[in-house]
Write a new protein. Structure first.
Length: 449
C-alpha cells in the first residue's frame, strides 16, 4: 500500500451512519402486518372460551353473585389460568400435528380408550345441548315467546348455519356471537355496583368456611373447564389449517379468549351481586329467573339485556356443542369430518350434528320433562370425562415423537400437571356433592336447573 492511497483513506469523508432505529413508517407497517396475521388466525380460542358461558354457566355465575355477592370474584384470576393452560395445550397439538384430539388418542392409545371417550362425549353433550335449548326457552320466555315456537326456530337456524355454511362463514357468525356478550357489561353498569369493592374482592380473596361457599367454589371450577372445549378447539385449529409458523398468534387467540370469557363472568357476578344479593334475593334456580328478577331491581332494560345475553349464549352453545361431539366421534372412528365438507362427503358428521340438535330440542319440548335429572347426569358424566381427557392430553403433548421441540417445558409441565390434578380433585368432589348434595346447598351443582 503506497502513501497516496493511505492518505486518501484517512482524508476520505466518513459515510453517514445508517439509522439503527426503524422509521415510524416501517414500524407501522410491521405492526399492521402482525395485526393482519393475528386476525387471520383469530377465532378458535376466542370462540371456544366464550361458548362455555352457556345458560348453565350463566346460571352458576348468577347464583354466585346472588348468594355470596362479590366474595367469589377472586376466583376469576386462577380460573383464567386454568382455562388458558388446557386450551393452549390443545391449540399447540393441533398446530403441530395437524390432527384432532380424538384422532391422536386413537392412533397412540388404541380404539378401546377412544371408544370410551366417544361414548362419554356423546352422553355429556346430549345433556348439555338439551341445556342450551332450555336456555333458549327461558330467555325467550322473558319476552313472552312460547318455547314451542322459540326452540324449533332456534334449532332450525343453528342447523341451517352449519349444514349450509362453510367454516369461514360459520366462524365469522360465531365471532359476532362473541361480541353480543357485551350485553352483560351494560347490565352490570345499569345495576350501579360498588366498583371499588368489586375490584378489591378480585385481588383480595374473601373466603368463607361454609358448606355452601365450598359447593359454589367447586361449581365455578366445574362449569368453567369442560372436556368438549379441548376437542372443539383442536379440531378448529386443524380445520382452519393453522401452521406452526402461526402458533404464536394461535396462542394469543387462546389467551384473548380466556381473558374475555372470564371478564364476562366477572360482569355477570357483579350484576347479580349489586342487585339480587343487595336486596336479599339469594335463591336463584336458573338464569331465566335471574334475568326476570333484575327488572324491579335494576330496571327493565337491564333485565332485557341480561335475557338477550342468555339467548345469545344458548343459541351460540347449541351450535358449537353438537359440532364438538360430531368431531370427537368421527375423528375417533376415522370418518370424514368438518364444516367445509359437503353433506355427501361427511354424512356421519352431519348426521350426528343433526341428531343431537333434534333430540336435544325435542327433550325440552316434552311437557314436564325431567330436565334436572338429565342435566345432573350429564354433569356427573362430564366430571368423569374430564380427568381422563386431561391425562391423555398431558401424555400426548409430552411425546417428542409427536411434538418435537413443542413439548411442554419443565415449568409449564409443572403448572399443567398441578392444575390438572387440582381440576381432577375438585371435579371428583363436585361429582360426590352432585350425587349427595349438602343439606345447606341443595341443587347448587345442577348448573342452575
Amino acid at each position: 500500500m503506497n502513501w497516496t492511497s493511505l492518505t486518501s483513506r484517512i482524508r476520505a469523508p466518513r459515510r453517514p451512519r445508517a439509522e439503527t432505529r426503524p422509521s415510524l413508517r416501517h414500524r407501522l407497517r410491521h405492526w399492521r402486518k402482525r395485526t393482519f396475521l393475528f386476525l387471520a388466525v383469530l377465532g378458535p380460542g376466542l370462540i371456544t372460551s366464550n361458548v362455555d358461558n352457556d345458560p348453565g354457566g350463566i346460571a352458576t355465575y348468577s347464583q354466585s353473585g346472588a348468594r355470596f355477592g362479590y366474595s367469589l370474584l377472586w376466583t376469576m384470576i386462577p380460573l383464567t389460568l386454568l382455562l388458558y393452560i388446557g386450551e393452549e395445550m390443545c391449540a399447540r397439538m393441533g398446530v403441530v400435528t395437524g390432527k384432532g384430539l380424538s384422532d391422536l388418542t386413537r392412533e397412540e392409545f388404541g380404539f378401546r380408550w377412544t371408544f370410551f371417550i366417544m361414548l362419554a362425549g356423546l352422553l355429556v353433550d346430549l345433556g348439555n345441548t338439551t341445556a342450551e335449548f332450555a336456555g333458549v326457552a327461558m330467555g325467550m320466555g322473558i319476552f313472552g315467546i312460547s318455547k314451542y315456537i322459540a326452540v324449533p326456530v332456534a334449532a332450525l337456524v343453528v342447523w341451517v348455519l352449519v349444514v349450509r355454511g362453510t367454516y369461514g362463514i360459520v366462524e365469522k357468525v360465531f365471532l359476532v356471537g362473541c361480541g353480543f356478550y357485551v350485553s352483560y357489561i351494560f347490565s352490570a353498569v345499569m345495576a350501579k355496583p360498588d366498583w371499588a369493592l368489586a375490584v378489591r374482592r378480585t385481588f383480595v380473596p374473601e373466603i368463607h368456611f361454609s358448606g355452601g361457599y365450598l359447593v359454589m367454589l367447586i361449581g365455578l371450577v366445574g362449569t368453567t373447564v369442560a372436556p368438549w372445549q379441548f376437542f372443539y378447539l383442536q379440531a378448529s385449529e386443524v380445520e382452519k389449517k393453522v401452521s406452526q409458523r402461526q402458533y404464536r398468534h394461535a396462542r394469543m387467540d387462546v389467551l384473548l379468549g380466556s381473558v374475555t370469557s372470564m371478564a364476562i363472568v366477572f360482569f355477570i357476578i357483579v350484576c347479580t351481586a349489586a342487585t339480587l344479593n343487595r336486596h336479599g334475593v339469594t335463591n336463584i334456580t336458573d338464569a331465566g329467573q335471574a334475568a326476570a328478577a333484575l327488572a324491579p331491581l335494576a330496571g327493565r332494560w337491564a333485565s332485557w339485556l341480561f335475557a338477550f345475553g342468555l339467548i345469545n349464549a344458548a343459541i351460540f352453545s347449541a351450535s358449537v356443542l353438537p359440532l364438538s361431539t360430531a368431531h370427537v366421534i368421527c375423528e375417533g372412528l376415522g370418518f370424514e369430518a368438518g364444516i367445509d365438507r359437503k353433506v355427501s362427503e361427511a354424512p356421519i358428521f352431519y348426521g350426528l350434528y343433526t341428531g343431537l340438535i333434534v333430540v336435544g330440542g325435542a327433550i325440552v319440548l316434552i311437557p314436564k320433562a325431567p330436565l334436572i335429572k338429565i342435566l345432573l347426569f350429564s354433569q356427573v358424566a362430564n366430571g368423569v370425562w374430564l380427568p381422563i381427557v386431561l391425562i391423555f392430553m398431558l401424555l400426548l403433548i409430552n411425546r417428542r415423537d409427536l411434538m418435537g421441540r413443542m413439548t411442554n417445558g419443565r415449568l409449564f409441565n409443572w403448572i399443567a400437571w398441578t392444575s390438572s390434578i387440582v381440576m381432577i380433585l375438585v371435579t371428583l368432589v363436585w361429582i360426590y356433592m352432585s350425587i349427595f348434595p349438602p343439606a345447606a346447598s341443595p341443587g347448587l351443582l345442577l348448573r342452575g336447573f
